[in-house]
Design a protein around this ligand. Structure first.
Ligand code: ZN
Length: 139
């Protein structure tokens, strides 16, 4: 069962702070991002339940600590860039992860942001396969 919530906070100077939260039985994804700055700042937190992160309590796969170490090694540092052959992967940011929790801060230039918005108006086959749609279609 998916639970979603949205909120927009109006800040002085024409700035907006958008908040979005998506939760299911496996955990919660929260995103805040700014609108109106030359650079779009995005803060994302991911919280996963024990069962979602480690596997079902009564049936955890072997070699747990190796899997956790590998997951932490890929989750920390530079966030994985969204890849599409038509959009250069120019996302920047930093991510901190411990088991079951991840915090990520990204910054994207307005030009890049516009290129993505424009591209997703007519997504290429790769983007469609990845489930990207126009924002108005997604709601
Ligand atoms: Zn694409």
């Amino acid at each position: 069962m998916l639970r979603r919530s949205f909120d927009t906070v109006r800040l002085p100077g024409g700035l907006h702070l958008m908040f979005q939260s998506v939760a299911d039985d496996g955990g919660t994804l929260r995103t805040w991002h700014t609108i109106g700055l030359p650079v779009r700042l995005t803060l994302t937190t991911v919280t996963q339940t024990r069962d979602a992160y480690y596997g079902p309590a009564d049936n955890r796969p072997p070699g747990q600590w190796k899997r956790v170490l590998r997951a932490l090694a890929t989750a920390n540092g530079r966030p994985t860039s969204y890849y599409c052959p038509s959009i250069p992967p120019s996302r920047r940011g930093v991510a901190l992860a411990v088991p079951r929790y991840t915090v990520e801060l990204r910054w994207e230039t307005r030009r890049w942001d516009e290129a993505v918005t424009e591209h997703l108006q007519r997504p290429c086959p790769a983007c469609r396969a990845a489930g990207w749609r126009r924002a108005e279609d997604a709601t």
